[in-house]
Structure formats: structure tokens, C-alpha cells
Design a protein around this ligand. Structure first.
Ligand SMILES: *Cc1c(COP(=O)(O)O)cnc(C)c1O
Length: 392
């Protein structure tokens, strides 16, 4: 527990638990009580905690070379960029796009926003995003985040951002004029409540962007890398974005993000236009290469689909559950008659980690390697906790 004397800034609510170690889908606190982790650090540890191969890659790299700056090459970042490009439709000898590595999701989006401005040129710099979205906490990505209540205390925010209602093509069409460089969207709004995009909307947005010469930029920081049952969630919609950002799952806990852009778009950046000290450094890139290798071998998109379907089936129609929505293993359990925060608190007491993503919904984002027995335990625990809260 954070004491009143804590030296930490109070940007986060005082923690209820302090975790000290993990293994696969399990976490252990400082009293050695164990918890089934159905949140994965907010969709980050997609291969589970302390994955042995990722841990070994980190250990090996840490005693080999940690950092050399981006003035020089390193042995991992080109190969990692190529792997990511291939997951997005490129081939080994013929990349479809180019990648810039960052340290976080917000920084991957900052790169996308700067690239859109450089590509668009003077007079064409506006980025349109959706209400209810989340794109990060830096000043620019905060303004892209379509939650005006989060903006208030930090005005004035950087100019050049505009919002339109999510899943409303007419509203978006109205917002995209000649000054718009790009549309920035999540395929499933994660922080906003696990709200999936409508198929016709996303396809309509892609067509609109093409017609009006605006870039389609997808923020797959939470949805990417197998979480939603595809390597990238947009691949279920048959569209071709110009820019895709990712982060959370890429390092399985090692901080790394990436901004991928179609080659013609990426070409707008020249040496000196954008940079970061740590982005793509050997340790993070070595971890991410191993993460991608294990993800491919385990076919995590297929596993996310299978486990997501099992959880959805197990929870749908049970008392106190109005519906289950989402894609793959990014799910929201919409409750009926019981506050999500109360259920989350009871589950934590009982050793199960979930998150109240809204006052009425629980978010589930377990390890993509969750076992069948763990799925059964997850379903039984959630159903039991809701039933007990309802009976209260
Ligand atoms: C988490 C998240 C971000 C921000 O990532 P950070 O690593 O916290 O900067 C951006 N976009 C989406 C969709 C996210 O879920």
C-alpha cells in the first residue's frame, strides 16, 4: 500500500496490491498470495509473465550490449522492423512499409502525427480522431484522445486536432476537409470501454480517406500483435491503412513501441526529422524479436480467437451479465445491476485480476497463452463474484 508519506506523485490511485513476481497467467503479491491475471498489465504481457524464452533473450542481450544510440546500427532493429512489416503484409525482400521504433504507445502515435504533418505539408496538418478514443498522455496525443474532460486541466493543447463521433461515417465525412492530414482510429476502443468499430464504418472511413487524400492511421497499441484474433485487428476488415502504431504487447513488458507507415508515406521523413535516444535500442529490440518469434510459433491470433470464444460462451447469458463484447482476447463484460468496480474488487480479493473499464463493464485481456483450465477458472470466478455481488 502507498503510505501517505509515499514519494510517488499521486497520478495513480493508491494501489490495493503490490505484485512481486509472475509466471504465465499467474501473479504473486508480497505475501505470496497468487492471482489469475486476466488483464496482463493492460494488454502488455500477452505471452504471460516471465516467459522463459523472452527472459533468456533479455538476459543474454543485457550482458552483450544495451545501448549504442541511433547514430549507429544494431543487430536487432532492422530484423525486427522486417518481421513487423511482414505481419502487416510485406515480404522479407520487399518491405511494404518502414518502421520507426519508440519507447511507448504515445510516442508511436506522436511519430504518426508528425509523419502525417510532414506528408500533408503546410496547410494540411489536422488529425481527426473519434470521441471516446484513447491515444496517449503527451500533449499532442492527449489532444488526439477524444475525451474532452481529460483536456481541461492542460489547456492550451497543441493545435490541429478535431474529433468526430465514433462509428458515425457522416460525422467523420463532415470533419474531413482539405486541411486534414490524417484520420486516427482504434479498431477496438480499449480505454474507452472495449468498443469495436463497425465493419461498414471502418470500410467507409478507408474509402473516404482515399477519396479525400487523408491518411488512414490506425492506433493498434492495444489491439495489435494477436490480441484481437488477427496479427492486427484491422486485418479482419479487409482494409489497407497507411500508418499502424503498436506498443503494448511488443516487448511483453519491455518498453517498446513502433510506428509503421506505407513506404510512400514513410518517405516523407528525412534524416533529422524525428528521433529518440532509446527507441529500438538493442535490449528492447532483442526482447521484441523473441516476442514476435514466440507469437508466430504459438499462432497467438488463433489462440486468442479460441480462448476469447470460450470465455464469451462461458459468460454470455449468466445472471448479472447483460452482454460480452470485443474481439479475440480483448473483451468487455457488460454487467446488469451490479457496479463493475465492486465486482473487480471482490475478484481481486479472491485472487483474480480484472479491470473496471467503465462503471458498468469489466475488461478482460488475459495472456494469449491462457490454458483451457485457466479459462474455466476465469469464467467460474467471474460468474461467482457477480452472483455474490447480486445477492448482496
Ligand atoms: C495504452 C494506449 C496508448 C498509450 O500507450 P503508452 O505506452 O501508455 O504511452 C495509446 N493508444 C492506445 C490505443 C492505448 O491503448
Amino acid at each position: 500500500m502507498a503510505e501517505p508519506t509515499s514519494a510517488l506523485m499521486s497520478t495513480y490511485a493508491p494501489p490495493a496490491v503490490r505484485f512481486v513476481r509472475g509466471e504465465g497467467s499467474w501473479l504473486f503479491d508480497d505475501t505470496d498470495k497468487r492471482y489469475l491475471d486476466l488483464l496482463s498489465g493492460l494488454a502488455v504481457t500477452s505471452l504471460g509473465h516471465a516467459h522463459p524464452e523472452v527472459a533468456a533473450a533479455i538476459c543474454a542481450q543485457s550482458s552483450r550490449l544495451l545501448h549504442v544510440s541511433n547514430l549507429f546500427g544494431n543487430e536487432h532493429n532492422e530484423a525486427l522492423a522486417s518481421e513487423l512489416d511482414q505481419l502487416l503484409g510485406g515480404s522479407a525482400g520487399q518491405p511494404l512499409g518502414r518502421v520507426f521504433f519508440s519507447n511507448s504507445g504515445a510516442e508511436a502515435n506522436e511519430c504518426a502525427i508528425k509523419l502525417a504533418r510532414k506528408f500533408g505539408g503546410r496547410g494540411r496538418h489536422v488529425v481527426v480522431s473519434a470521441y471516446g478514443s484513447f491515444h496517449g498522455r503527451t500533449l499532442a496525443t492527449l489532444h488526439a484522445t477524444g475525451q474532452p474532460q481529460k483536456h481541461e486541466a492542460f489547456q492550451p493543447l497543441p493545435e490541429g486536432f478535431r474529433h468526430a463521433a465514433f462509428n458515425d461515417l457522416a460525422a467523420l465525412a463532415e470533419a474531413v476537409d482539405g486541411g486534414v492530414a490524417a484520420v486516427l482510429l482504434e479498431v477496438v476502443q480499449g480505454e474507452g470501454g472495449v468498443n469495436p468499430v463497425d465493419r461498414e464504418y471502418l470500410q467507409g472511413v478507408a474509402a473516404l480517406c482515399k477519396e479525400r487524400g487523408a491518411l488512414l492511421m490506425l492506433d493498434e497499441v492495444q489491439t495489435g500483435l494477436g490480441r484481437c484474433g488477427e496479427w492486427f485487428a484491422h486485418q479482419a476488415y479487409g482494409i489497407e491503412p497507411d500508418v499502424v502504431t503498436m506498443a503494448k504487447a511488443l516487448g511483453n513488458g519491455m518498453p517498446i513501441g513502433a510506428c509503421w507507415a506505407r513506404a510512400e508515406v514513410a518517405a516523407a521523413f528525412e534524416p533529422g526529422d524525428h528521433a529518440t535516444t532509446y527507441g529500438g535500442q538493442p535490449l528492447a529490440a532483442a526482447a521484441a524479436r523473441k516476442v514476435v518469434e514466440v507469437m508466430k510459433r504459438e499462432d497467438v491470433p488463433a489462440r486468442a480467437n479460441a480462448a476469447g470464444a470460450a470465455i464469451t460462451e462461458g459468460l454470455t447469458g449468466r445472471p448479472g451479465i447483460a452482454s460480452v463484447r470485443g474481439m479475440g482476447l480483448l473483451l468487455a463484460v457488460e454487467l446488469d445491476g451490479v457496479p463493475a468496480a465492486d465486482v473487480a474488487r471482490l475478484l481481486l480479493e479472491r485472487g483474480v485480476v480484472v479491470n473496471a473499464v467503465s462503471p458498468t463493464a469489466l475488461r478482460l485481456a488475459p495472456s494469449l497463452l491462457i490454458s483451457d483450465d485457466e479459462v474455466k477458472l476465469a469464467v467460474a470466478s467471474i460468474v461467482g463474484a457477480i452472483a455474490d455481488e447480486l445477492a448482496n
